[in-house]
Design a protein. Structure first.
Lengths: 577, 577
């Protein structure tokens, strides 16, 4: 029986409840955003008792649909002040779905100074005092694994979450029980910390895949969907061999790789910090290194390689493209091993690499360190777990760092750091940054597809033409994808291979006994976006918040020497339907 | 001839221009808010080139009207993100008025790393390289006085302004050429720093009082006005003998003195940090100490005493009530000499005592220091001028400090720290904090009058009844007072002695050849507020920003054990007419 688990941190009561009618039809982002919209006071203090933290697997979670086991985390964000959904790979999404947990809703806050961990089994849930308070994610998970075993998945916050830093993430263990997968953006880890919840231990027992309304139809559609993913070159070769870091050289070539705090679109040493370099070093060194590693059960794209040190020992996961960018070009650093170390620190202390890397670039612009000072950056990164003032500033992300250090050029929208695509050279991405209810976020409308990769059509990245429509359609589609629990990377196949979307719809119908058509999908995306926009409106957001910082409009970006010139009126038309 | 001086920091051009028709009728806050409304892009980066910094004396500045020489500073605030007017005493307002400078508008930004000082004489203005870069206000002013002499007044920023900290102030010298008077709130000093402007040297030469349209009528009205001020007990005795710190014991008694980061309304050691104690120690020690000291020419209230050390030497100015509160009860500190030292540090490095003191309370709540740790607080305060991470956090004010340290109970509205009146025990003040376009600000609608002092009527401070109307009327009246360049403290007399307002109107008419009536005054206030609200609306503010933090609604405040319970609908009705 599918249930919602409510956990009251003030009373430590855990109760399973039937899924109310209004929460039945959605999963993943759609469900977290619906619950936050209905249950959280939009003007509340994000770290206070009126905020809620919601975990939800997607509509296709717990099936054998490829790449469908992501988990969504929702709340009011302490970083942006608006609604937040951050999703992650790892094993927990699939586990929750199989266990029939439609959502976990963490409510109220624990008494001051008390830390708990949630023991979650099939139809059982209990808050007990935390075993790992004060530990970062790697040591914390190791200790929990010792106690609870290897069949569980683990959801934890590191010290950054305990400190309630605005860029704190929530970590989810991968198949090897490493805390490498994160709901990174928007400070969801700070909300978990504010509630006094240090960890969730998810023991799926011997649960099997979720029941299907029509097994045969599902199996047939799942096969078609898998075929699309194994056919498309991005999902079967590019991401698989080079990870998301395949983009470093591509964005450099396109002149849209933000370098030294968004002051250039190209980075001379791009090859040194590229996906090709990850691939080469991993193959050369062998040992525990892995090319083509999937972060969750059911992944057939396998972008999450494992990086070995010179002795072949596990050194860290392959940094994502955005991580390589943030600590590489954006900070002027060309040492890929150091970037792997920074990434490992982020995974360990539990912070978003984009916002912390963005903050590093901002602090370099402020003169705290020189651009390119890799050793200095390592020292700063190590301050986060210590809880020193500079560590906390860094762990609070680019906007806070910019404010504390009086920096004029701060690449952030709604308080959230811009990711690795300069909006002057990839204008569709700029439209998404400005308008998504999430704050600057590449994933919520990934216009790099048509702007740079010629996936799903071609739109000139340097022109404003077509960018509004492109961003709108991608934002709608993404909200639907995130609701299904699908990895966003399936979108590459979906955008180019018509049968992929048809297969998803067929799976949804076969799983839930629905009669959706392909044409209904945008309606789902719009519904989710409307919930998010409504929350943000009530939290005080207006069109004035849907703007990029001045410097993107004032400073032409080399090499193309373009500014961001999508008009305010165009931006205000993006999320209208 | 009255002129507007425009100073372009990018080109270093200074040009006097005739006052355009639309800028002719207002002064002080009315004029700064009008210019900011008309000329500043509401969504601009506050520290960027599109912001402007405006200085303006009031409509009665440069006359012999009592207490009319204040100076207003306007801009988009880096602290709140909205429009800001902060005004100050000192000599500069009177000087500018006499020199016929209707306003100074600082535009654009100096090239990176360049610092200038503005030499302003009668009909002359020139930007020259700064002589005092890197110095705090006391040393900086001393060096400028050496060069430019004792007849000038000096407008400076300390290191906090150079660092562009969100709580940085702008200092104005008093009659003894000490940088003790500050436009404190909203980070106006950061905006001055962002422009590369370190100081303004104002040389009034031998200018006399401004010309009057009707000398006799003016003299007669000025006399009536002065009589009201010397008659009312608050303006002739309370403030004169005890400074604004007369309020410490009164607010303690009322149970509205926020103690240990707004967790109690009473402070056991209130007498140790009271105005009575300032008076007693100043009299006992003698020497350079002064009771009844006026901060600007024409002041007859004389609240700004001078505090002597044990040897009778100048130790600092009498801290304002809000300063004594912030570093005293709010931080749990009961050592008045230490508070004088913190206040002197604030004057020197150039920061707002309310926001920095509020930040200190927040950092104590975060456990950085223990409440009451006076030595530890001194150490932290000294970090501001050093530019260390913790110093910058402290100098960024309560909201930023709360964000960096993950604090749940942050007493701020629109990013600005609440002053020294707990909104649960002085509910009219809470209404003002929530709704003023300035962010939490006591001066913009000082309901303490009727709530606590029985000035201008009596409204029960613990009840919501009548608070909306009270705050509305006071906000309107204050906007008019600030437009005249009058010290807000004249309001005590104006609220109780009907002829005081009539006298102000008669002076305005006699000065400018107008035919205003007393009934026209609210229209002026509403006009100014409308300009400010319009700017904020375009900057992205909505009713959702007119709210107090949750904890004021959730936590009853001892000893009265009341929460803030003015409804959202009531708050939304305050600035409607």
């Amino acid at each position: 029986m599918v249930k919602i688990l409510r956990v009251n941190m003030a009373t430590q009561e855990c109760s399973f409840q039937d899924v109310p009618e209004q929460y039945a039809g959605l999963g993943g982002r759609g469900l977290t955003s619906l619950i936050v919209n209905k249950e959280v006071k939009p003007t509340c203090t994000p770290l206070g008792k009126h905020n809620k933290l919601v975990f939800a697997p997607g509509l296709l979670g717990g099936t054998n649909c490829a790449n469908a086991n992501r988990i969504s985390v929702g709340c009011k964000s302490p970083l942006t002040g608006g609604i937040k959904e951050a999703n992650s790979g790892g094993q927990s999404g699939g586990h929750l779905a199989k266990m029939g947990v439609h959502a976990i809703v963490i409510e109220d806050i624990a008494p001051e100074g008390q830390w708990y961990q949630l023991e979650l089994g099939v139809d059982s849930a209990k808050l007990v005092p935390s075993d790992i308070t004060g530990l970062d994610n790697y040591a914390g998970v190791a200790k929990l694994v010792e106690k609870y075993g290897k069949e569980c998945s683990y959801v934890t916050i590191g010290r950054a979450g305990e400190f309630k830093l605005s860029a704190a993430s929530i970590a989810f263990t991968d198949r090897e029980l490493r805390p490498t997968r994160h709901a990174g953006r928007g400070g969801v880890g700070a909300v978990m910390g504010s509630k006094g919840l240090k960890a969730i231990i998810i023991n799926p027992g011997d649960t099997k895949n979720v029941p299907l309304k029509d097994k045969e139809a599902f199996a047939e559609a799942a096969k078609r969907f898998a075929k699309a993913l194994t056919t498309h070159p991005v999902t079967s070769q590019g991401l698989t061999n080079y990870g998301t870091a395949v983009l470093v050289n591509i964005l450099h070539e396109a002149g849209g790789l933000p370098t030294r705090n968004f002051s250039n679109g190209r980075f001379d040493d791009h090859e040194a910090v590229s996906g090709e370099m990850l691939n080469q070093l991993t193959k050369e060194r062998g040992g525990e290194g892995v090319v083509a590693h999937g972060c969750m059960t059911g992944c057939i794209i396998r972008c999450s390689g494992i990086f070995p040190d010179k002795n072949g020992k596990f050194m860290g996961k392959w940094p994502e493209y955005e991580t390589l960018w943030a600590f590489g070009p954006d900070s002027g650093i060309n040492d890929i091993e150091m970037i792997v170390r920074y990434d490992k620190i982020c995974d360990d202390v539990g912070v978003d690499t984009i916002d912390v890397g963005g903050a590093l670039g901002v602090l370099m612009e402020a003169g705290v360190l020189k651009f390119g000072d890799a050793e200095g950056a390592l020292g700063l990164m190590e301050e986060i777990s210590k809880g020193s003032a500079i560590g906390r500033v860094l762990g609070s992300g680019a906007a806070v760092a910019g404010k504390v250090y009086g920096v004029r050029r701060v690449p952030a929208v709604k308080g959230q750091s811009l990711p690795a695509y300069d909006p002057r050279a990839v204008k569709g991405q700029g439209v998404t940054y400005a308008t998504t209810p999430m704050g600057a976020d590449h994933t919520s409308g990934y216009a790099v597809t048509a702007n740079i990769l010629s996936v799903g059509g071609t739109v000139d990245p340097l022109s404003t033409n077509g960018q509004v429509e492109l961003s709108r359609n991608l934002q709608i589609a993404t909200a639907a994808v995130d609701t299904c629990g699908l990895c966003l990377f399936v979108a590459f196949a979906v955008l180019d291979i018509p049968d992929a979307l048809a297969a998803i719809v067929d799976m949804l119908n076969a799983r839930h006994g629905l009669t959706l058509k392909v044409d209904d999908v945008p309606g789902v995306g719009k519904l989710v976006l409307d919930l998010e926009l409504d929350f943000n409106r009530r939290a005080g957001f207006t069109n004035a918040h849907d703007r990029l910082p001045d410097f993107f409009l004032d400073e032409p970006l080399p090499p193309h020497n373009k500014v961001f010139d999508v008009t305010d009126a165009e931006l205000d038309s993006v999320l209208k339907w």
